[in-house]
Design a protein around this ligand. Structure first.
Ligand code: NAD
Length: 424
């Protein structure tokens, strides 16, 4: 597999510290009670497991598995499962906290959680991935639950892993409980529209921001980093709205074409090329580090965390950043973007389309009644518009960035949950 240094080097700082920095800034501005802040600064449950699994070679390998529940004040905890080599306790804790804030911003009756297994999904056979996923499901069977903690896909996982985890969980509990996990294939209780939902949310948020900026989709260009679930759907849906996609990139290669890239052709190319863009001929190959700072109006970081940093923030040319990925901007880069008057729709709003349709999937599973894709998309778009407006209004009211406004929006709800449910 060919790889490139596709992004600026990730900062070594703690991701959870980055969450706390934003939480503190929002808390100060909105006068959040110290006690509520204290509760939210401490995740409620952290589980780490060792997963011994037989590899195809006949040798046993032991994998680290994590699940952190950050909060359950607004409902059962919700959050994806990530398969990546950089999965660690700090990252999972940060991602779990972001899920609490994201669900609150999106008006979903959920708390926040996140899980992960430290592994390179591209380095394992399908059989190995299935055994690892099933081992993880068994290890977490007392953590997960349809009214307790509900996982979903994230980086490195998809409906396939969700189906394995669901099957193993159900076998171990002896119940058929499809709502215990979302992002499932439609045939086993998944929702129509879930696959594209995070990218769809990125598209809806982009259009909403462009409207506020007085720009039409057909007048703007966009660059999208990441060409997996989030990036490829975001690029496709933005292109369908008339946005000219001039740059795309993944872990294998990055491409730029000022005349616009044929996204359908890029998706077809990647699907036939083991999900890699390397070798795509519809644009000129550029260095990964150039992608984020290349000429465009809208930048969608849709791959990794900590890619917009003090090293490259000043060079960003976009007027609007829509964070498809979780945590793509470091706290030190935020003031640089603000000084440049770049509007940044933050991750906890911009990529909440995925968890919103996961919620719809859970609702459909509970009811045993399934909606059309059109119903799902219409309900999704409505919820996303409401969330965008709430954050925008807080931005205006508190004279702050959209990021801090999104935290304020979330904290206003979480504060009620923490206070109403009380403490021992
Ligand atoms: P994915 O595994 O489907 O795709 C990840 C993409 O990132 C791939 O195209 C990969 O090649 C690319 N990538 C990896 N390393 C890279 C590098 N060094 N430079 C450039 N590109 C690189 O993952 P995904 O589900 O699309 O998730 C992407 C991001 O979006 C993550 O931060 C994830 O937490 C977040 N997110 C995902 C969802 C969801 O529903 N899948 C929801 C909300 C947020």
């Amino acid at each position: 597999m060919s790889t490139q240094t596709a992004v600026a080097p990730a900062h070594e700082e703690s991701m959870f510290e980055a969450v706390l920095a934003r939480l503190d800034a929002a808390a100060k501005l909105m006068n959040l009670s110290d006690e509520v802040a204290l509760v939210l600064r401490n995740p409620s449950k952290q589980v780490k497991v060792s997963l011994p699994v037989m590899m195809d070679s006949g040798k046993i390998q032991v994998f680290e598995g994590y699940r952190t529940v950050h909060s359950t004040h607004l409902g059962p905890s919700k959050g994806g499962i990530r398969y990546a080599m950089d999965v660690n306790a700090d990252e999972v804790m940060a991602l779990a906290a972001w899920m609490s804030f994201k669900c609150a911003v999106a008006n979903l009756p959920y708390g926040g959680a996140k899980g992960g297994i430290k592994l390179d999904p591209r380095a394992h056979s399908v059989g190995e991935l299935e055994r690892i996923s099933r081992a993880y499901a068994v290890a977490m069977k007392d953590v997960f639950g349809v009214n307790k903690d509900i996982p979903a896909p994230d980086m490195g996982t998809s409906g396939r892993e969700m189906a394995w985890i669901l099957d193993e969980f159900n076998k171990n509990t002896g119940e058929d409980s499809p709502g215990v996990i979302t992002g499932k294939p439609v045939a086993v209780g998944g929702s129509l529209g879930r696959d594209a939902a995070t990218g769809r949310g990125v598209m809806v948020n982009t259009l909403a921001a462009l409207r506020k900026m007085g720009l039409k989709p057909t007048e703007v260009t966009a660059v999208v980093q990441g060409f997996g679930n989030v990036g490829s759907h975001a690029a496709r849906l933005l292109a369908e709205q008339g946005v000219k996609i001039v740059g795309i990139g993944d872990h294998s290669a990055s491409y730029y074409n000022e005349k616009g890239i044929d996204i359908a052709a890029a998706i077809e190319f990647a699907s036939k090329n083991n999900r890699n863009l390397k070798g795509f001929t519809g644009a000129t190959e550029i260095k990964g580090s150039e992608l984020l700072i290349s000429k465009c109006d809208v930048l969608v970081p849709g791959a990794l965390q900590n890619v917009i940093t003090i090293d490259n923030a000043a060079k960003i040319q976009a007027k609007l950043i829509v964070e498809g990925a979780n945590g793509p901007t470091t706290p030190e880069a935020d003031p640089i973007l603000n000084d440049k008057k770049i509007i940044c729709v933050p991750d906890i709003l911009a990529n909440s389309g995925g968890v919103t349709v996961s919620y719809f999937e859970w609702v459909q599973n509970k009811a045993g009644y399934y909606w059309t894709e059109e119903e799902v998309n219409t309900k999704h778009d409505q919820k996303m518009e409401i969330a965008f407006e709430a954050v925008w209004n807080n931005m205006v009211q508190y004279k702050t960035s959209m990021r801090i406004a999104a935290y304020i929006t979330a904290l206003q709800k979480l504060e009620q949950g923490v206070k109403l449910k009380g403490a021992y």
